[in-house]
Design a protein around this ligand. Structure first.
Ligand SMILES: N[C@@H](CCC(=O)N[C@@H](CS)C(=O)NCC(=O)O)C(=O)O
Length: 217
């Protein structure tokens, strides 16, 4: 039985999982959850994903949620096919550097990008509220500071965990792409301010599996 991905084509976390499944050349069935009808808050859905969030996966009865955990599971289960997106699990230091890179994305990127998207997009689109310009400016400044850290790392190596691309890099695509697409923020492509971040961003954004999921899962 092929792995089932329950999600929404509009949800970037769903795209994150679909992207990694394609990178790993894992066939899957996509089951659309109608978030506008609040299907992800139904008692049936909550049995699988107790936080009522999209997406989750079902691999022959093994239910998993949280996209980063799903992607790590997929990359480990199908380690020997598709793009190698994990470090050698026998290499203690490579694994530690990979974990460090995962934490960078989760703590230095994801929460700040969410703050920015909240002000630039969600408030107007979903809450009918004006953006708080002071909050937005503070978050933009925070992101700029974090990108200096990224620049320092990426001036010494090709990717966040070393010279090989890993899940830690690709986890940035889901929310990072929204900065330019919906918030018209081009910081990740700013070759003058962050030349190595821009080089890295152009590299990971042009991966064929990522371009493929942009056109539909
Ligand atoms: N940390 C979760 C985040 C998933 C997420 O935020 N999903 C959104 C859809 S894009 C959602 O379901 N939001 C509804 C909610 O949080 O109640 C993951 O990576 O799986």
């Amino acid at each position: 039985m092929v792995l089932k991905l329950f999600g929404s084509p509009q949800s970037k976390p769903t795209l994150r999982v679909a992207h990694i499944l394609k990178e790993k050349q894992v066939p899957f069935e996509f089951i659309v959850i109608d978030s506008s009808a609040k299907e992800h808050k139904s008692p049936e859905y909550l049995k699988k994903q107790p936080f009522g969030q999209i997406p989750y996966t079902d691999d022959d009865g093994f239910i998993l949620f949280e996209t980063r955990a799903i992607c790590k599971y997929v990359a480990a289960k199908w380690r020997d096919q598709g793009s190698p997106l994990l470090p050698d699990h026998n290499d203690l230091k490579a694994t530690a550097l990979f974990d460090q890179a995962l934490s960078i994305e989760y703590s230095n990127f994801d929460p700040i990008v969410i703050e920015i998207l909240m002000e630039k997009m969600y408030k107007a689109k979903f809450l009918g509220q004006e953006p708080d310009q002071a909050k937005l400016a503070a978050s933009m400044e925070k992101l700029g500071g974090k990108l200096e850290g990224y620049e320092a790392i990426l001036s010494k190596q090709k990717y966040l965990a070393g010279d090989n691309v890993t899940l830690a890099d690709l986890f940035h695509l889901a929310l990072g792409s929204m900065l330019a697409e919906v918030a018209d923020i081009q910081l990740l492509s700013d070759k003058t301010k962050y030349p190595n971040v821009a080089r890295w961003w152009a590299d990971i954004s042009s991966r064929s599996a990522w371009l493929e999921v942009q056109n539909g899962i």
